[in-house]
Write a protein that binds this ligand. Structure first.
Ligand SMILES: Cc1ncc(C[n+]2csc(CCOP(=O)(O)OP(=O)(O)O)c2C)c(N)n1
Length: 674
């Protein structure tokens, strides 16, 4: 039989025993599929993704790696990678039956979503392509620590159409990262043939990103091993990434929910079955006298027996019973309620942007494992607002560096790097440009603790300037808090004073969960106050009373907290005593402080510069109406941006729309009169 002509396992450094082991793993992957689809037909496993046909590329690629130090990010079809990397059949069936002791997700994810901190396999999602920037971040961590480990990230050819793939390829090429991209080109993405997915050669695309791309027959085990060994050697030698496009074919339908007869012929499947990688290795072992036919049959029987035992154990395991646990790595308990303003800290008076820059310097000084990256953040420029100025000079280019203009991969790389042990503080230049990273924030960062049953967490602090009032027009004025406060798994804070900047930034960096740190850029130069000397922390989930009053409660944050304080003397002049709460932490929310205040004043005015409809204030209004109804003497009011798509440029228009101290006075007067 035609097998890896001119190649022998010995010349690739494999012993006979390793060659047999490779076959055993390929055969196991094949038999897992047979068993899984049978279980699915019997109604015992709800959903199956097959790997049959892909075994050569999956198993051989692992044999080029060092399982003691390298990382792999297999995708959902990578049964061969999973088995070869060290997951046991029982691990796999626990996932298939969605059991509590499923080591990958505790029964929360679909099967095949690999995860293991011990094995250095970062938890995977179902979102096509999001894993690639994670690989970049892990590789960045490896390089920063000066290790010689390699990251291998896998995906189908369909995934290479996603922006995340291109962003990751670009970043990996620029920074010469130790990554091998293995694309298992099985010629279909569900029903879409590869010619409708990719024009020209996939492998050739690597050249455009500044590194080699290699095409290999993915059904020829030793050829895959050879190109993989070369790619891994390049990566270990610091020569950068390689793209491997391995042509292969899947024998089953896309998943157990798919009917492949609708898009490919039986003849085509049969043609590929003649190139079966498992049969080819079986033949090779016989021809090279590594196993006899009888020994191969015995091995097959043994594999089937091992799987049967794993099925039995896994099926008998208990079902999961904690649907709400592990949303956060650290749950913040609210309270006790604040009823008095906080003591003003002592320190030099600075503005908000100076406070951010100082706090970042202090944080990078205090924690060697902190890293800042983003667009324009490096060197003397230090960001378009100068928040990161001189961090590179002081801490070096490994601790503060520029990235390409590619927000999704900025967050994706931050996820990977933080999973690999760093505390990452990425900057998104303006909140208006965070939207391309929505998927990485919401589908990845926010879910990683929950979906891995608490085995992974990603301590990233996403800093971004937000809000209007600076003539920034449609794309430099947006408020984004309601998008992210809606998402379990995230924490969201908004400092409005230099002291809170320091206190919240330190606390956010020390927190194990992803935190979105929204900087009200209207206040960058407007808000001045003492920058606390020495240790200073503001707990997450703790609001502050900025002014004590008795007639009504104004609940605000960011620039609006500042405006509310401007309204205070005017209201007092008018005989109205307002209490002002600056929330500081939007998620978690300090409900006890709001509740105490409403019980005292019986009136609530919520102010924010985001749109009113389904804005953040709607949640607070609902909670006040629900939980303090008997204390209220007036309806709960909101003063927020009218529902326009974005802030217009003309001063006359912005002034009309932007909530103001005068507007707060007007609304407070109305409410007090009610
Ligand atoms: C972002 C995203 N879009 C769509 C899907 C639905 N989907 C799941 S698998 C798949 C095809 C992926 O094909 P490919 O990357 O070639 O891998 P294969 O399944 O062929 O191994 C699609 C479209 C998804 N999971 N994620």
């Amino acid at each position: 039989m035609d097998f890896d002509r001119n190649l022998h396992h010995g010349e690739l450094g494999l012993t006979d025993a390793q060659m047999v082991e490779m076959y055993r793993l390929m055969l196991t992957a094949r038999r897992v599929d047979d068993r899984m689809f049978a279980l699915q037909r019997q109604g015992r496993a709800p959903f199956v993704v097959g790997s049959s046909g892909h075994e050569a590329v999956q198993v051989a690629s692992v044999f080029a790696l060092d399982r003691a130090k390298d990382w792999v990010l297999p995708y959902y079809r990578d049964m061969g990678v999973g088995l070869a990397w060290g997951f046991s059949p029982e691990d796999i069936f626990l996932g298939a039956f969605a059991k509590k002791s499923d080591p990958m997700s505790g029964g929360r994810q679909l099967p095949g979503h690999w995860s293991s901190p011990e094995l250095r396999v970062l938890t995977q999602s179902s979102v096509i392509g999001t894993q690639y920037p994670h690989a970049v971040g892990i590789a960045q961590a490896i390089v920063t620590r000066g290790e010689d480990a390699v990251v291998v990230v896998y995906g189908g050819e369909g995934s290479t159409s996603e922006g995340d793939w291109h962003e990751a390829m670009n970043w990996a090429g620029i920074r010469k990262l130790p990554i091998v991209f293995v694309i298992e080109n099985n010629h279909y993405a569900i029903s879409v043939p590869s010619e409708e997915q990719v024009a020209g050669s996939l492998a050739a695309r690597a050249l455009g990103y500044g590194f080699p791309g290699v095409e290999v027959d993915g059904n020829r085990t030793l050829r895959v091993l050879k190109v993989m060994q070369e790619a891994v050697a390049r990566a270990r030698a610091g020569e950068g990434p390689t793209l491997i496009e391995a042509g292969t074919y899947r024998y089953y339908a896309h998943t157990s929910d798919d009917n492949d007869a609708l898009y490919r012929s039986r003849e085509e499947v049969e043609t590929w079955r003649k190139r079966d990688p498992v049969a080819r290795v079986r033949q090779y072992l016989i021809e090279n006298r590594l196993l006899t036919e009888a020994e191969e049959d015995a091995l097959d029987e043994e594999v089937v027996h091992v799987l049967a035992e794993a099925v039995e154990l896994a099926e008998a395991a208990p079902a999961p019973d904690e649907p709400t646990s592990r949303v956060y790595a650290r749950v913040i308990q609210p309270g006790p309620a604040a009823t008095e303003p906080e003591r003003t800290p002592t320190g030099e008076t600075v503005n908000l942007i100076t406070a951010i820059n100082r706090a970042l310097h202090e944080i990078l000084e205090a924690y060697d494992d902190t890293v800042v990256f983003g667009q324009d953040v490096a060197r003397r420029k230090g960001g378009v607002f100068k928040a990161t100025q001189d961090l590179t000079e002081r801490f070096g280019a490994k601790r503060c560096f520029n990235t390409p203009i590619a927000e999704s991969s900025i967050i994706g790389a931050a996820i990977g790097m933080s999973a690999a042990g760093f505390k990452v503080i990425p900057e998104i230049q303006f909140a208006d440009y965070i939207h391309p990273a929505f998927d990485q924030i919401v589908s990845e960062a926010a879910r990683i603790s929950f979906r891995s049953d608490g085995r992974w967490n990603v301590p990233i602090v996403i800093r971004t300037p937000y809000g209007a009032g600076i003539h920034g027009a449609l794309y430099h004025s947006q408020s984004i808090e309601s998008f992210y406060t809606h998402v379990p798994g995230l924490k969201v804070v908004v400092p409005s004073t230099p002291a809170d900047v320091k206190g919240l930034l330190f606390t956010a960096v020390e927190d194990p969960d992803p935190v979105i740190f929204l900087e009200p850029k209207k206040l960058y130069r407007l808000a001045k106050g003492p920058y606390p000397e020495g240790e200073h922390r503001v707990p997450l989930g703790r609001a502050v009373i900025r002014h004590v009053g008795s007639d009504l409660t104004i609940i605000a944050y960011g620039a609006m907290a500042h405006f509310a304080m401007e309204a205070v003397p005017v209201l007092e002049e008018l005989g109205i005593s307002p209490e002002v709460i600056d929330l500081r932490s939007l998620k978690p929310l300090d409900w006890p402080t709001i509740e105490e205040s409403i019980k005292k004043t019986s009136r609530a005015l919520i102010v924010h510069e985001d749109n009113e409809f389904v804005g953040y204030g709607a949640e607070i209004a609902a909670q006040i109406a629900d939980k303090t109804f008997e204390y209220l003497d007036a309806p709960v009011r909101r003063y927020a941006l009218t529902d326009v798509p974005a802030m217009p440029y003309a001063g006359s228009l912005e002034n009309e729309l932007y909530p103001s101290p005068e507007g707060i006075v007007r609304h407070a007067q109305d409410l007090a009169k009610y």
